[in-house]
Ligand binder design. Structure first.
Ligand SMILES: Cc1cc2nc3c(=O)[nH]c(=O)nc-3n(C[C@H](O)[C@H](O)[C@H](O)COP(=O)(O)OP(=O)(O)OC[C@H]3O[C@@H](n4cnc5c(N)ncnc54)[C@H](O)[C@@H]3O)c2cc1C
Length: 426
């Protein structure tokens, strides 16, 4: 079967891989000049199934309100009234309770752990390298006694979900991450999550895209989707926008998979599919390593500032913040300053803070947490969107699932609660 994948982020490219593996004739299109140039470009690099969980949680409303009053709050809202944002917030609020959190967390954990197994299998099958993969676990760092106490509570919850962990004191921490010895802030302890890993998702899609291209998958870059065309019963093609090189065209296929990240709802609304995916803006910095012995070697989540710091080869990446400001991608200098300050406090040496690259991206967030996968009301249109803050972690698993659905096979894991049906959409 001919399958057209819309979007060449980490989700679109991994979807192409599994469809190709199932024997389909696959084409991937993207408006950018190559794969992974939007949200999959500069994320924190965390492959963290142990963390996977919804942002809609009991107690989150007061936490968010308290945080947003801080001077350099990691959370910001634009006060501009916007129907989609208000609808998303309404659904998010409805999920901030114990039972919804438990159900959504279980769904996300299931997908994320499955995804890590799929990623390892993909790497073994393709011998893919060059994406700074580091599979030695992730540290969740607690600066204060109160944070450490919260860490013990979250460790108990991890045990409930069957996720392994060990709590490290300062001495144990120095063995895992010697660079912390130079930290200018106190560290009360850390949770070591051995199943988690890190890697550069942009380098991953570059490598996987080239690997697939060499095996016959077609990639159409600089090709923007303008609309998805249909007749009464099915999708009939994808209309592409005109470029300086020529007029747009109608690309036709047997099946279509939408992997457009935060832009999926805009493309699907004219088809009557109303997905509650909102772009949640975040920022990252990338800093070159200058001294191997002094630079961090592990991936670390700084719980105090909700900033993730990953070692990606000869660089470190630090990312965080959440802004509900629509599709705005402007780079706000104070956000860069905050990220630099956080990294410098923990790792003051071994990094070149004069050569910092700054980036912003849009997490395609669903209000309840899990992504939106599988069938739609159109028999030849499928979804692989809404991966939120876990898209790199979940991409291989969700793409394996969606390729199975496209191929008419039963996915390895139950997808109840992972389809558009849970929102009455699709
Ligand atoms: C600050 C930050 C930190 C993060 N940290 C992590 C992390 O540590 N771990 C983790 O697992 N996840 C993390 N994420 C989330 C992760 O990056 C995303 O979930 C993931 O990249 C989403 O992938 P995607 O392929 O769905 O979207 P994208 O990568 O955005 O891909 C969508 C593609 O669709 C294309 N497109 C859109 N509209 C059109 C159109 N009209 N025509 C043609 N092409 C179009 C775009 O060009 C783009 O390439 C983070 C995100 C941010 C912002």
């Amino acid at each position: 079967m001919k399958v057209l994948v819309l979007g060449a982020g980490v989700v679109g490219v991994t979807t192409a891989y599994y469809l190709w593996r199932d024997g389909h004739e696959v084409t991937v299109l993207d408006r950018q000049a190559g794969p992974g140039f939007e949200t999959s470009f500069g994320n924190a690099g965390g492959l963290c199934p142990s963390f996977a969980g919804p942002w809609a949680a009991p107690g989150m409303v007061s936490k968010v309100l308290k945080m947003s009053l801080q001077g350099d709050s990691p959370i910001r809202f634009s006060l501009k009234p916007e129907i989609r944002k208000l609808q998303w917030l309404r659904l998010w609020l409805a999920n901030c309770n114990t039972e919804s959190f438990r159900v959504n967390k279980l769904r996300m954990q299931k997908v994320a752990h499955y995804s890590m197994a799929c990623l390892k299998d993909l790497v073994d099958s393709t011998a893919l390298t060059g994406f700074d993969f580091h599979a030695d676990g992730v540290l969740q760092l607690f600066r204060t006694a109160a944070e450490l106490e919260m860490g013990h509570a979250s460790a108990r919850a991890l045990a409930e979900f069957g996720v392994p962990w060990r709590m490290l004191d300062a001495a144990g921490l120095n063995l895992v991450e010697p660079a912390l010895a130079h930290s200018t802030v106190g560290v009360a302890g850390a949770l070591h999550l051995p199943l988690d890993a890190s890697g550069d998702s942009h380098r991953f899609v570059l490598s996987l895209g080239a690997w697939l291209e060499a095996r016959g998958v077609s990639f159409l870059y600089n090709t923007a989707v303008e609309a998805i065309a249909h007749d009464a019963g099915a999708i009939t093609g994808v209309r592409t926008a005109a470029t300086a090189a020529g007029a747009g065209s109608l690309l036709q296929s047997d099946a279509y998979v939408v992997a457009l990240g935060s832009y999926a709802p805009l493309m699907l609304a004219p088809l009557g599919i109303r997905l509650p995916i909102y772009p949640l803006k975040g920022y990252s910095i990338t800093v070159p390593v200058t001294d191997e012995a002094l630079a961090p070697r592990a991936a670390i989540m700084d719980e105090h500032n909700k900033v993730m710091i990953s070692r990606l080869g000869n660089r470190i990446r630090a990312a965080g913040m959440a802004e509900l400001t629509g599709y705005d991608l402007s780079l706000v200098p104070s956000r860069k300053d905050l990220l630099v300050r956080v990294v410098r406090e923990i790792f003051p040496r071994g990094l070149d803070f004069d050569q910092v690259s700054f980036w912003a991206g849009l997490r395609p967030m669903t209000p309840d947490g899990p992504p939106i996968l599988g069938k739609t009301r159109w028999p030849n249109l499928f979804l692989n969107s809404g991966h939120g803050s876990n898209g790199w972690t979940q991409a291989c698993g969700t793409s394996r699932i969606v390729a199975d659905v496209v191929s008419g096979k039963s996915p390895d894991i139950d997808i109840e609660g992972l389809t558009a049906g849970r929102f009455g959409a699709g």
